[in-house]
Design a protein around this ligand. Structure first.
Ligand code: MN
Length: 235
């Protein structure tokens, strides 16, 4: 029986996949906080892996925007930040997976921007409130086409960097992730039944900063891709 809706349901958010016309339907977006030491320090919250655990926030699937887009400078902020991140795209279900079994969950990888209203995030953080206004807003999850895992396997290293108007702002290596991909999938799957279509933004290196209308963000991850975002005028 076909459901009858009061109004048309929202379209399924999706991303292109390199090498095929089929698209990757996005189910959920998990984001890892403070997963590079130097970024944790610049945010004033150093991480001790021996005693700490990864933590997460989420963005709605509807916040996905494809690389190359122009997005309006968002409302409610005067401190709109870029965060360059490796994105892991999940292609198989997994619950309480072992680190040694994590690779089978990975469909592929993308280069992403976790765009952030930093002023709103920090107010929320200081007041012990949720981060949603700072993180989960329209067009805040920028993502390239997904590169299937193929022979890449589980990525453990590779350059990751970001420029604004051609000037380098972030540069690091994936081998600096505090919690690597198998560790993240093992941990996150303790709390969620990971599903095909889930995206995991794995955290950003140091050097985050603000952008203005007219700025062009470009980012790169070795073997994964190049992401671009153009900042438009506020609405
Ligand atoms: Mn982030």
């Amino acid at each position: 029986m076909t459901a009858s809706y009061l109004f048309p349901p929202a379209p399924t958010p999706s991303l292109p996949v390199v090498g095929t016309d089929q698209r990757f339907p996005v189910h959920r977006i998990f984001c890892v906080g403070r997963n590079y030491h130097a970024h944790a320090i610049e945010m004033g919250r150093p991480v001790d892996k021996a005693t700490g655990k990864p933590f997460y926030f989420t963005k709605a699937a509807s916040t996905v925007v494809e690389s190359g887009a122009t997005v309006a400078y968002p409302p409610g902020t005067a401190n709109y930040h870029f965060e360059m991140e490796l994105v892991v795209a999940i292609g198989e279900a997994g619950f309480r997976v072992a680190e040694s079994d994590a690779a089978r969950l990975v469909y592929g990888y993308a280069a992403g921007l976790d765009m952030t209203r930093r002023d709103l995030q920090l107010v929320a953080r200081e007041q012990g409130r949720p981060w949603d206004l700072g993180k989960d807003f329209e067009q805040s999850a920028v993502c390239t086409p997904i590169v299937p895992q193929g022979s890449l396997g589980v990525l453990t290293s590779g350059a990751i960097h970001l420029q604004v108007n051609g000037e380098t702002k972030q540069t690091a290596d994936l081998n600096q992730l505090i919690w690597n991909i198998p560790e993240l999938l093992a941990d996150l799957s303790q709390y969620y039944h990971l599903q095909p279509g889930d995206l995991i933004y794995t955290g950003t290196p140091e050097g985050v900063g603000a952008v203005q209308p007219g700025d062009v963000i470009t980012g790169h991850i070795d073997q994964v891709g190049d992401v671009t975002l153009i900042i438009g005028q506020p609405e």
